[in-house]
Structures are given as structure tokens and as C-alpha cells.
Design a protein around this ligand. Sequence first.
Ligand code: SF4
Length: 324
Amino acid sequence: MWMVGAVLTSRLKTMTQQTNEELSQTIQKLRRFIENRVGKAIGDYKMIEDGDTVMVCLSGGKDSYTLLDVLLALRKRAPIDFRIIAMNLDQKQPGFPADVLPNYLAKLGVEHRIVTQDTYSIVKQKVPEGKTTCSLCSRLRRGIIYKTAKELGANKIALGHHRDDIVHTLFLNMLFGGKLKAMPPKLVTDNGDYMVIRPLAYVSEEDIARYARGVGFPIIPCNLCGTQENLQRQKVREMMADWDRRYPGRTESVMTAIQNVVPSHLGDRNLFDFESLQLGDPEAAGGGDIAFDSESYDSDSCETPGANASDQPQVINFGQPPGR
Ligand code: SF4
């Protein structure tokens, strides 16, 4: 496993020597595109406000590297002041190259905190062989993240989940959990103390992967714990990839649907008062009465807000501080 660390260290040297000008035109264009989409998501959901301290969780994967990179770039152009602190949890998985992230962050000059806690051994001890370890592992990790946010005085916790993660979670919940529920761009933690934000909510995994390859982030493999990706998630991922191959734009369309909900045309009695529905109430028609018509769709008409983000730098619509 020492090979992984050696390769990553040499990639890190090359990467931190790279200036903006040395990145290819295509990658620079892609960076601006991703920045615009992230800026749009931040503005739409008021994810970051003046005076915030944002703790960015960095795993060493392509998503969190991209998240940190883009947030640092946007902070330079933002009309508000906020603090960014990168945080990595070294869970003592076998072969984890512990020096890669501290070196990367030190070279970038980013404020950061590396937390070392051997959750790997705890999980191995407690979970019987052959059973999935992710749920205990995530619970332990969540507790450590909250504790670190408290120590750092952070009020926002930024995670690297992207558009495809959100869409896949929706299908997982529908197909296996009987719930119409995805992964929100912004939510309050279960202890009520922090706001979790997902600034990559409008960015596709494909764009992130291309960008990460272009920049050459020193990616740390994500299978060090030896656990395979959850089988159901893998199936949903394959299903959406297949749909996107056959009918391009479907993942984008589902993301649009998540932002465009019509409770009167679902069946949740807690969200819509079906019992009190009266004749002569056209408002209640919601998305329109199509009971007697068949729906037709223009396959190009579904676009996520921000999908038109150009590759030209734009004014980022951050939440403005009062009085500005
Ligand atoms: S894949 Fe490994 S590190 Fe990730 S949550 Fe599961 S057990 Fe933990």
C-alpha cells in the first residue's frame, strides 16, 4: 500500500506547482462552469452568509477536493466574508496515506484540522464478519464531525455530495424505502446545532470527475476499508447511467423534479388536504388536471436551475449581509 502514498505524493508536487495558466483551456472553462453552478446553488438555498464559518469535510475523493477548490475560488469573489476550514477524519483504515491531505492543505495555505480517530478498529470489532459496516461507521463519523465543528466554531458543514448523489438517493428511498425523499441541498443537523450544506447540488458527477482528472488532485482510493459500495445504490447508479445513455438529460430532469414538487398530484395526506378538497377551487388543481388527457413532454425542456450556467465568470449570488 506504500505505493499509493508515493504516487500521491509525487502527484501532489506536480499539482501544487501548477498555476491557473498551466491548466488547459478546457479545464479552465469547466472550472468556471462548475463555479457558476455552485454559486447558483449557494444563492438559491442561501447556503453561505456573511460571518459564517464553513467547515469543509475533505475525504480525499474527487468530490470533496472539487468542493474545497471551488469554495476557495468563490470566496475571493464573494461580496461577503466567510471563513473556510478544511477538515479530514483519518479513520485509520489500512493503507490510508496520512500525509497526503495535510501536505496538500499546507501547500494551499488553507486553514485545516486533521482529526485522527481509529473508527476502523471499532467497526471491525463490533460488526460481525460479512455484515455491512457503513451504518456504524457513518454514525461514528457523524459524531466526530459535529464535535470538530464545535471545537472550530463552525456553524456550517459543507459536504461534497453532488447532483447524481441526490438523484440516486431519491430512487433508493422510493424503490427500497417507500419514501419520496432525496438528499437536501441544505438541512439542520439532528442535534440542531449546525447547517449541513451541499454546494455541489447542481453539479454532475461527470463534470466533477473530468475536473478532478484535469487538475490532478491526489485522490485517495475510497475502498480502503474493504467495504463494497452498497448493492442497491450500485443498481440505482447503473439504472440512471443506462437511462442517461439512452435518453440524455434524464438525471438532470429528475433533479429538476426534486425542485418542482406538486403535492396536490401526489398522495401524501399530510402535505395536501385531500379531505377538504371542494368543487370550485381551481387553486387545488396544482399542476393542472390531466385526468382525461395524456401527457406529452418535450425531451429537452427539463433543466435544473443553474443548468444554463455559462462558462463565463458571473456575479455569484451569495446571501447578502443585511444592509449591503
Ligand atoms: S465505505 Fe467504509 S469508510 Fe465508507 S462508510 Fe462504509 S465502512 Fe465507512
